[in-house]
Structures are given as structure tokens and as C-alpha cells.
Write a protein that binds this ligand. Structure first.
Ligand code: PAN
Ligand code: ZN
Length: 183
């Protein structure tokens, strides 16, 4: 059933979305199988189950015509050199695009459609467009600063995380002394 949506606002900061109604975090223990070196991830989880990323969002009906939005904070860190990142997903509705806006720090937006892979480096105020049908994941490529970005996408997009597991992203991002490497 359609809910009546009244005008509202939130405040984007470099730490959180002030006014958020839902909070989720993904720790190392939630990321089993996502990093190339699963043994290293498991060992890190044993010594300290660090938060990899946090998502602050506002409840909006997940329906056509609505715009879902959230702020993601990816912590700095690596698993055997591979930078902390989101799980990544496809949207079930292949007609739904998405926009990411960089708020703070330095990240890479990795996108994949079939055999095609694209990356966009993101910093504060970068507005990146994820076309419909492209899988997407973000990676924090800073050694010591969180990477923060705001996302907006259609309410009827749906999510497919399983597809990103079954057809994994073919590129990975590693921290290097002089920056980062996508390989
Ligand atoms: C983003 C992501 C968010 C967390 O808002 O959902 O950054 O990443 P995962 O969903 O892959 O865990 C988005 O792309 N929404 O559609
Ligand atoms: Zn998305």
C-alpha cells in the first residue's frame, strides 16, 4: 500500500546522516568469502572483529516513484593488502540506475556488466552515475581515512547480492605505498 510521504530532510556529515532512521554495519565476520585471502580475513576476525562499513539510511517506501538514499562510511583497513570495501550488489530491476556523491576521503567505485568492468575514483563532491544493470561495489583506497559517500536510487530497484557472489567482481583493489592498484 502506498504510504503518504511528507517532505523531510536529513543532514549529510562526514561521519553520519543526521536524522537517519536505520543503521547497519558490516563487520569482518559479515564479509566471509568476500576478500581474496579468506584465511587472512578469518584470522583478522579472530583477533578483532572490526567494522568494515556502516550504512545510515532513512525509511522510504521501497516503491516506484520513491527515492531511497543513504550514507555509507567505509573504514580504512585491508585484508592481506586488499582494501576494505562493500559487499557489492546488482539491482533486481535492471532498469534502475543510481547516483553516488563523494562526501569525504578517497574511494574507488567498481562497476561490472557482463565482461565489462569500469572504475571511477571518488573524492569529496564526485558525482558518479551507475547505469542500470551494472553491479557496483565501493572500496576505500585511503590508508588512514574513512571513505564516505551518499547514494540515491529508485524505490523499486530491489537488491541482488547473490549475483555478485556467483558472478564475482573480476577486479580487486589493493593498497600500495604510492596509492592503490586495481588488478
Ligand atoms: C548503496 C549500498 C551501500 C552498501 O547504498 O547499498 O553502499 O553496500 P552494499 O549494499 O553492497 O552492502 C547502494 O548501492 N544502494 O543501492
Ligand atoms: Zn546499489
Amino acid at each position: 500500500m502506498n504510504q503518504v510521504q511528507l517532505p523531510f530532510s536529513t543532514v549529510i556529515t562526514a561521519e553520519e546522516l543526521k536524522g537517519f532512521t536505520h543503521y547497519e554495519e558490516r563487520k569482518l565476520s559479515d564479509m566471509k568469502g568476500y576478500f581474496a585471502d579468506e584465511e587472512a580475513r578469518a584470522a583478522m576476525e579472530q583477533s578483532a572483529d572490526q567494522v568494515v562499513y556502516q550504512v545510515y539510511r532513512v525509511e522510504v517506501p521501497p516503491e516506484e516513484g520513491e527515492l531511497l538514499h543513504c550514507l555509507t562510511v567505509i573504514q580504512p583497513g585491508q585484508v592481506a593488502g586488499e582494501c576494505f570495501m562493500t559487499k557489492g550488489h546488482y539491482h533486481l530491476n535492471e532498469k534502475c540506475a543510481e547516483i553516488y556523491v563523494g562526501v569525504k576521503g578517497k574511494g574507488v567505485l567498481l562497476m561490472q556488466k557482463g565482461q565489462e568492468v569500469r572504475t571511477i575514483e571518488m573524492r569529496e563532491n564526485t558525482a558518479a552515475y551507475i547505469p542500470a544493470g551494472w553491479g557496483h561495489r565501493t572500496i576505500n583506497v585511503s590508508a588512514d581515512q574513512p571513505f564516505v559517500f551518499f547514494s540515491v536510487w529508485p524505490g523499486h530497484s530491489g537488491y541482488d547480492y547473490q549475483r555478485a557472489v556467483e558472478e564475482p567482481f573480476v577486479k580487486r583493489v589493493y593498497l600500495r605505498p604510492d596509492g592503490y592498484e586495481v588488478k
